[in-house]
Design a protein. Structure first.
Length: 458
């Protein structure tokens, strides 16, 4: 209700302290027996579900690392249990987190929309971009090998696995405890957890020993859960010495130990031109270690609270880049646009995939690119025998895949030109499609964007 007002009226004499107030609509998402505490907005979940995502990385990137000092790191254990017992803190984006939605709700959301959960946990390092070389004195107490590192970093991860996958009847008291917390919240059965992200945009320096931290995580987790798939970090960019050093580390370590790392997280927020120019970015990548394109987006413009930053031109550049990711799916095993949600009038980052206010939620042109890819995914990529390279010379970006179950051939093509183009693809013998053909298109002016008052312009 845009005109609603909350009044708390106190009568009589005495003292009262109000610690937590939560105002929720009568209708919320999901089974109320499962969502006994944190509630989800139906309109926001529905937009997300309609995409539909194969996995959800949560609670985000920089938000994991905390702000100013270690007292404000995102601690998942403070986000579960009754709402009034969750310890709210400020975060790196300078707003308070009530944890009205915590890790339990994220796991339930993933289950409801059939998306694999990919939680990201801090590794005892503050945001290196904002905090420089960890000038805060608290950093020294969370070093590998110290009791604080075990309790605040390693045990933090172990307890999360117990919470997600643990058995209430386990002989391990910690596992039984955290499994009971989950069961008491409304989910007796374990969640399907197979991915874990270790840190966000961390990198190795003379003063920040990220590699030692990753190895400590890997050893502790795989001793009990050898099949858990871990996500490493390549830092905040893909063009620096720290990026090269990260890949050198994983390439050296991965062959020596099975399942040392499932994929390495790469981030790039770039101009649309970069995405067009690097549609072949992964064509020559080594195949020994896999890639997670964990945060990517085209930035025609950047800024705070700018829905106009989500232009069709930016979305088409993302679509062009994704032809390369899909063509190289043998090495790029996961990919996610970021950020996901932004509140109109309160966003400190633009562009974003889904915008919302107190009554509505809508998808941007980037959202519809994601939807087209998610709903039209083959099981194998078909070789184009160099046709894709010739098309790129004409500023057309394409990839072809096959759904082996249905026999469908799926062609994705992006035209960067202002005028329509006709392309001819020569099919190998026996590949000619039989039956009907269907075309789905996303088009308009390069500067077009969606907004709350015109949510379906594109």
């Amino acid at each position: 209700d845009t005109m609603g007002r909350l009044c708390i009226i106190l009568e009589g004499n005495g003292q009262i302290g109000i610690d937590y107030v939560s105002l929720l609509p009568a209708t919320t998402w999901g089974d109320p027996n499962k969502y006994r505490n944190g509630k989800l907005s139906p309109r926001m979940v529905q937009v997300l579900k309609d995409c539909p995502p194969a996995f959800l990385r949560f609670p985000g990137g920089c938000v994991v690392e905390g702000d100013v000092g270690f007292d404000y790191q995102y601690k998942w254990r403070n986000t579960v249990g009754p709402l009034e017992q969750r310890k709210q803190i400020p975060n790196v984006w300078r707003y308070m987190q009530s944890y009205g939605i915590g890790f339990y709700e994220y796991f339930c959301l993933c289950e409801d929309i059939n998306a694999a959960p990919l939680p990201v946990l801090h590794c005892g390092v503050l945001c290196q971009i904002r905090m420089g070389e960890q000038r805060k004195t608290g950093y020294q107490r969370i070093m590998p090998g110290t009791p604080a590192f075990k309790s605040e970093v390693i045990d933090n991860v172990a307890h999360l696995i117990y919470f997600a996958k643990g058995d209430v009847s386990s002989s391990d008291p910690k596992e039984a405890y955290w499994a009971k917390v989950r069961a008491d919240m409304g989910h007796p059965a374990p969640f399907d957890l197979k991915y874990l992200g270790i840190g966000n945009e961390q990198w190795q320096t003379d003063k920040v020993d990220f590699f030692a931290r990753y190895e400590a995580f890997e050893k502790a987790i795989h001793e009990k859960y050898p099949d858990m798939q871990l996500i490493g970090s390549a830092g905040p960019d893909i063009t620096s010495e720290r990026y090269e050093a990260a890949w050198k580390f994983y390439y050296e370590k991965a062959p020596k130990k099975e399942n040392f790392v499932y994929a390495v997280d790469e981030h790039y927020y770039v101009k649309p031109e970069w995405l067009y120019e690097h549609a072949d970015f992964y064509d020559e990548y080594p195949r020994e270690v896999k890639v997670f394109s964990g945060e990517y987006a085209a930035h025609p413009v950047s800024g705070m609270n700018r829905p106009d930053a989500n232009t069709l031109g930016g979305a088409l550049a993302e679509a062009a880049f994704l032809t390369g990711l899909e063509r190289n799916a043998d090495v790029v095993v996961l990919a996610s646009y970021a950020p996901l949600f932004a509140r109109v009038g309160y966003a400190q980052w633009s562009p974003d995939m889904i915008w919302f206010d107190d009554c509505r939620a809508y998808g941007t042109p980037s959202y519809y690119v994601q939807k087209l890819y998610a709903e039209n995914m083959g099981t194998v990529t078909l070789s184009m025998d160099g046709q894709e390279k010739k098309l790129r010379e004409e500023e057309i970006y394409a990839n072809v895949s096959l759904d082996e179950k249905t026999g469908e051939i799926i062609i994705k093509a992006v035209n960067r030109n202002a005028e329509p183009k006709e392309i001819a693809l020569s099919l190998a013998e026996g590949c000619a499609p039989a039956g009907s053909m269907k075309r789905m298109s996303l088009s308009g002016k390069e500067e077009d964007y969606n907004c709350i008052t015109d949510p379906e312009k594109v």
